[in-house]
Design a protein around this ligand. Structure first.
Ligand code: MSP
Length: 657
C-alpha cells in the first residue's frame, strides 16, 4: 500500500452537558467513514474528536446536580467515550478541554495573540441578569426580561479582554476569494461573506463572573471565552502551537467537519485567531446540515417530546451499528438538512440492507453451495450480460472515490448499490436454477457463480469504510477471511478462485416495520416521560410522569362491580374464634341489621382494637362456615395479610358505591 501523505480530520468537540443524540452521531459517523476511507487509500490519517468542557452552562448544570464541574463532565464524557466505543469510531485521539495538555497550550496561543497586540482590555457592556450572571442583547430578551429565568435585566458593564477580530475582516475575505475550497458548501461561504460585509466587531474573549474555564495568562481572575478555548483544540491536541512531532506532521488540518450553526466560529474566528498567532490555517472547513425532527433540529428538548427514538444506543441495540451508520450516510445529502424519522430509517434498512445486499449474499452463497459444492469456480465463458456486470463492478471504486472527494457519502453508497442491484438483476437474467438443469450449461453456470462471488468481493471492499463489520461478514461467507481488504483489489475482477464459501447468518434480518415502529414509539414515549420527570420541579407532575402502571387482575365491566353490595358497618363486639388462632369473630351493625362476620386477621389486631371501628363490608357474599361458626359477609382490609382495616366516617348501613 503506497503512503499518500497525511490526512488530518476533525469533528467538533461536543458539549458534555448531557448525552449525545443521533444528530451528534451523524457528524462523527461521517468523519469516521472518511477516516477509514482515507486509511484504505494509503493515507497516514489522524482523526481527532473530543469534548468542550468549560463555560458557564456546564458550571450551572453541575451546581444543579450538586457536584463539581469536573465531576459533572467526567461522568458525561465517560458516556460519550462509551458511545464511540460501541459505534466503533476509529478516532486516533480524544481531546478534553479540561486536560492540562490542552489548557497549557491554549494559554500559549493566547499569548501569541496578545504579544501581537491583538488582545486588549476593555469593558463589556450589555443587559445583565444578576441571577444568571449573563449578559444579553436587546433582541435576546423575552418580554424585556432574561430569556433564561424571566427576571428583569439591568444595564451593566464588566471588565473584559477583547480580540481585534475586526482587523482580520479583509484577510478572511481574501482567504475566501483565493481559496474558495477553504469553506464549503458555497452557500455557507456566501453567508459568511455577507456576515463579514455587515461589519465585524471585536470579540469579547474573557469573562470574570464565573471561573469554570482556562485562566487568562497573567490575569487569572478572567477565564477565556469558551470558543477561544474550544477552537484551539485542533492545534493543542497535536502538541501545538510549539514544535511537536504530531503537530509538525499533521497541522494544518485537511478538514474540520462541523455543523452549519458553528461554521461562523470555524471560518471567521478560528482563521483570525490563527492569523494573529502566526499559525497556518486549516485547509478546509466543511459545514454539514442538520438532522431534523418534524422540521426542527434534533435536540435534547425536541427528543423529550417523544416522537421518535433518537438515542443512538437504543437504535444500535435493536438494528446494529452498521445499519445505523449506513442509514445516516445514505439518507442525507451533505450540507443539507434532512428529516429523521424511525420509519424512514427502518424502510431504508429493510430495502437496501436486508433486501438488496443481504439477499444478494445469501442467494450467491447458497447457489455456490448447491451448484458448485461450495467452491467458487473459474469463469470460462462470457457474454454481454457478464461483461456488463463486470464493467459496472470494476468501475465503481473510481466513482466512489470521486464522490468521497466531494464528501458525498450518500452518492458514494448509491454507486455501490448500483453494483448490488445490478448483481441481483444479473441473477434474474441468468436464472442459474435453469442453467443447473442442463449439463451442457455447466460452464455458463460456473461463470455466473464466479461473477457473483467477484462482485460481492468488490462490494465488500467498497463498503469497508462505511460498514467494516458487514464487510468482514461478507468476506467470511465468501471464504476470503484470509485476505486483507485492499482498495485497489476492487478495480479488478479476476481474483477469486476455489475459495470455499460458507453460508452464515442473515447479515441484515428483515424487519417487521409496523411492529418495530410500535415498539420504538413506546420506547420514545417512555424516554420522553423520564426526561420530563427529571426536568420538572412540581412534585405532582413528577409523580404523574414517573407513574408506572400496576399489574392488575383481568379487567371487569361495571356490571361485575354492580353485583357486589358494600355497606358501612360498626363493630359492636369482637372475640377470638374458639377453634382457630388466626380468626376474629365480629358482630357488625349495618343500619338495622347486626351480623356475625369472621376475618383472618387475629395476628394483626386484638379484638379490643376492632371494637368500635367503622368498617366496609361486602354484605351480599354467600355465607360460609369457618371452623364451625357461620360468617355472613366480609370485612375489607388492605395489605397482603390484612394489615390495615378499611375504615370510613360514613354512618353505618350506608351503601358504598
Ligand atoms: N462545543 C461546540 C463545538 C466546538 S468545536 C471547536 C458545540 N457542541 S455541540 O455539542 O453543541 O454540537 C456539536 C456538533 O453537533 C455541532 O457540529 C452540531 O452541528 C452537531 N449537531 C447537534 N445537533 C445536530 C443535529 N440535529 N443534526 C446534525 N448535527 C447536529 O457546538
Amino acid at each position: 500500500m503506497s503512503n499518500k501523505g497525511t490526512y488530518y480530520i476533525t469533528t467538533p468537540i461536543y458539549y458534555p452537558s448531557s448525552n449525545l443524540h443521533i444528530g451528534h452521531t451523524y457528524c462523527t459517523v461521517m468523519a469516521d467513514a472518511m477516516a477509514r476511507f482515507k486509511r484504505l487509500q494509503g493515507y497516514d490519517v489522524h482523526f481527532l474528536t473530543g469534548t468542550d468542557e468549560h463555560g458557564q452552562k456546564i458550571q450551572t448544570k453541575a451546581q444543579e446536580a450538586g457536584v463539581t464541574p469536573q465531576e459533572y463532565v467526567d461522568e458525561v464524557v465517560a458516556g460519550i467515550k462509551d458511545l464511540w466505543k460501541t459505534m466503533e469510531i476509529s478516532y486516533d485521539d480524544f481531546i478534553r478541554t479540561t486536560e492540562p495538555r490542552h489548557m497549557e497550550r491554549v494559554q500559549k496561543i493566547w499569548k501569541r495573540m496578545y504579544d501581537k497586540g491583538d488582545i486588549y482590555k476593555g469593558a463589556y457592556e450589555g443587559l445583565y441578569c444578576k441571577e444568571c450572571e449573563s449578559f444579553w442583547t436587546e433582541s435576546q430578551l423575552v418580554n424585556g426580561c432574561c430569556p433564561d429565568c424571566g427576571r428583569p435585566v439591568e444595564h451593566a458593564s464588566e471588565e473584559a479582554y477583547f480580540f481585534k477580530l475586526s482587523n482580520y475582516a479583509d484577510r478572511i475575505l481574501q482567504l475566501y476569494d483565493e481559496h474558495p475550497e477553504f469553506l464549503e458548501p458555497e452557500t455557507r461561504r456566501n453567508e459568511m461573506r455577507n456576515f463579514i460585509n455587515q461589519g465585524l466587531e471585536d470579540l469579547c474573549v474573557s469573562r470574570c463572573t464565573f471561573d469554570w474555564g482556562i485562566p487568562v495568562p497573567n490575569d487569572p481572575k478572567h477565564v477565556m471565552y469558551v470558543w477561544v478555548d474550544a477552537l484551539s483544540n485542533y492545534v493543542t491536541a497535536l502538541g501545538g502551537p510549539d514544535d511537536a512531532e504530531e503537530y509538525n506532521k499533521y497541522w494544518p488540518a485537511d478538514v474540520h467537519l462541523v455543523g452549519k450553526e458553528i461554521v461562523r466560529f470555524h471560518s471567521i474566528i478560528w482563521p483570525a485567531m490563527l492569523m494573529s498567532a502566526d499559525l497556518p490555517l486549516p485547509k478546509k472547513v466543511l459545514g454539514h446540515g442538520w438532522l431534523l425532527l418534524g422540521g426542527e433540529k434534533v435536540s435534547k428538548s425536541k427528543a423529550a417530546k417523544g416522537m421518535d427514538v433518537v438515542d443512538p444506543v437504543i437504535l444500535i441495540e435493536r438494528y446494529g451499528i452498521d445499519a445505523l451508520k449506513y442509514f445516516l450516510l445514505r439518507e442525507y445529502t451533505f450540507g443539507q438538512d434532512g428529516n429523521f424519522t424511525n420509519e424512514v430509517m427502518l424502510k431504508r434498512i429493510n430495502f437496501d440492507l436486508a433486501n438488496d445486499l443481504g439477499n444478494l449474499l445469501s442467494r450467491t452463497v447458497s447457489m455456490i453451495e448447491k451448484y458448485c459444492g461450495g467452491v467458487v469456480p473459474a469463469a470460462t465463458t462470457h457474454d454481454e450480460i457478464d461483461e456488463d456486470l463486470k464493467n459496472i463492478a470494476v468501475s465503481a471504486a473510481a466513482k466512489v472515490s470521486e464522490e468521497m472527494d466531494k464528501f458525498a457519502f450518500n452518492m458514494a453508497l448509491e454507486r455501490i448499490w448500483t453494483v448490488v442491484r445490478r448483481a441481483n438483476k444479473y441473477i434474474d437474467e441468468k436464472a442459474p436454477w435453469i442453467l443447473a438443469k442442463d449439463k451442457s450449461k455447466k460452464a455458463e453456470l460456473d461463470t455466473v457463480m464466479n461473477h457473483l462471488a467477484e462482485t460481492l468481493r468488490i462490494v465488500s471492499i467498497l463498503i469497508y469504510p462505511f460498514m467494516h463489520t458487514t464487510s468482514d461478514k461478507i468476506r467470511k461467507q465468501l471464504g476470503l477471511w484470509y485476505a486483507d481488504v485492499v482498495w485497489e483489489d476492487a478495480e479488478t475482477f479476476e481474483m477469486m478462485y476455489q475459495e470455499q464459501v460458507k453460508k452464515g447468518e442473515q447479515i441484515f434480518p428483515r424487519l417487521d416495520v409496523e411492529k418495530e415502529l410500535e415498539e420504538l414509539t413506546k420506547i420514545a414515549q417512555e424516554e420522553a416521560k423520564k426526561k420530563a420527570a427529571a426536568a420538572t420541579q412540581d412534585p405532582v407532575e413528577k409523580a404523574i410522569l414517573n407513574s408506572v402502571p400496576l399489574e392488575l387482575k383481568d379487567e371487569i365491566v361495571y356490571e361485575d362491580f354492580d353485583k357486589m353490595d358494600f355497606r358501612v358497618g360498626t363493630i359492636l363486639k369482637c372475640e377470638k374464634h374458639p377453634k382457630a388462632d388466626k380468626l376474629l369473630v365480629s358482630q357488625v351493625k349495618m343500619g338495622t341489621e347486626v351480623r356475625q362476620i369472621i376475618s383472618g386477621v387475629a395476628e394483626n389486631f386484638t379484638p379490643e382494637e376492632m371494637v368500635g371501628k367503622k368498617v366496609v363490608v361486602l354484605a351480599n357474599l354467600k355465607p360460609r362456615m369457618l371452623r364451625g361458626m357461620e360468617s355472613y359477609g366480609m370485612l375489607l382490609f388492605a395489605g397482603d395479610h390484612g394489615n390495615y382495616v378499611i375504615t370510613t366516617d360514613a354512618p353505618d348501613g350506608e351503601v358504598v358505591n
